[in-house]
Design a protein around this ligand. Sequence first.
Ligand SMILES: Cc1ncc(COP(=O)(O)O)c(C=O)c1O
Length: 476
Amino acid sequence: MTVSVLESEVAREPSYCFQASVDNVGPQIVGGKGVRIDVEKDGKIYQNILDGITGAAVGALGWKDEEIFEVVNKAVRESTYSYAPLISNKASEELAKFYIDNSPKGVFSAALWLTSGSESNENALRIIRQYYLERGLPEKVKLISRENSYHGFTLGALGISSNPRVEPYKPYIMDQESVALKMPCAYTYRFKKDSETEEGYAQRLLDILEKKILDNGPEKVAAVIVETLPGSSLGTTPPPKGYLKGIRHLCNKYDIIFYLDEVMCGTGRSNPNGKLNCWENFLDASEGPDIQTVGKTLGSGYVTIAGVLIGPKIKEAFVNGSNSINGGNTYSSHEFSCAVALGVQKKIARENLTANIFEMGNLLAAKLRQRLVPEDNIVGDVRGVGGFQSVEFVKNKETKEVFDPKLNIITRFKNICFENGLIIMGMPSNPDGSCGDRAIFAPSFIVTEADINEMVDIFVRSVNDFSKTLRQEGAW
Ligand SMILES: Cc1ncc(COP(=O)(O)O)c(C=O)c1O
């Protein structure tokens, strides 16, 4: 990385954007190529920073991919905007077919393309409602999702989420006592008892879920919603063995929709077969979800696109019922975005990049685990699947006590990594101590072993320096 001091005062001007820190211009992206980005911050330009998180787990192809420039060029010339609920287009059909064909056979049979993960989860909720109305089951409305979860920042998505970010909006979201119910999260590092096996822990969680279904009446429960591999909410903690299979089984038993949110972990980020879905790590084709939301790497940051994938059971209920959907979103199935996303996905498939990121991500985790967990520092756990990995910080490795959020541990750590030439995502510990500060990695799929080694070296150095500082401060 190189750092140069800007001569202009541009970076110190007030901000006209209503986001992040409202009254000033925060760090700004000013360039990028492959796995590196350039950022302007506090009057300096930081060049060639290693990108460990690709925005928010978005970039799959790396930045400024020449082939995608051509795809974009062709797509913009060939596409004509139409309001898809009235007049559709060929690119959205092709992208849907691509996703269905590259998923285990028979799991998905249709897709709806939208512009964000939140909007996709909103639409999934509406699809669930209409599904039961089509079947003449208007009472089936309750949703069961998890504590410590994140499904987006729109009001419906916040309703099915549960984390400190949700609290202020409770007056405007679905009632979490009677409609958007919550079950415990699956968090093996923190909540599996020492006396339990992983399977035993999964069974305990499944028993709680089954009791919740029975207490509320299965005839009133519409869907069980989980992130296959939770991202920002818990830091890529994989489901305990048998957990997702057990949810699938309970959904079958009580006629409930099994709904996976793969907005952050899906579309190639953590697939073991060189394909798309994260759940293929844990479930067979016969156990796939009925509804799945996706986003982020679908457009790899080149276009704003996300979507809802729909299983045959759901589609058939619509076809056999009204065979129509009322309303829609202005930019749903946007032809240009679908064409670019298809180009991105075809390149990823052709170059086998999903297999690469699965291997490289697991290598990153193995190296971090080996160099950090047994040592005298603040790292409690390293976990994840393929290209989606997290490091959890704790005050005490034995008791897993978390740092007081007031210490701003993760913000300070993120800044150290940045100064050392690496970008990661940082999420703070929960005030109730139910989750520690997390550093999250989601590099682009083109990352090489040399890039991984560099990321590991910078990260380990940053952890060691920061641990020393915290010790001197008496915080650890
Ligand atoms: C699991 C999950 N679902 C939904 C969303 C919302 O996606 P978006 O920010 O594109 O609205 C996110 C965003 O991080 C996410 O991680």
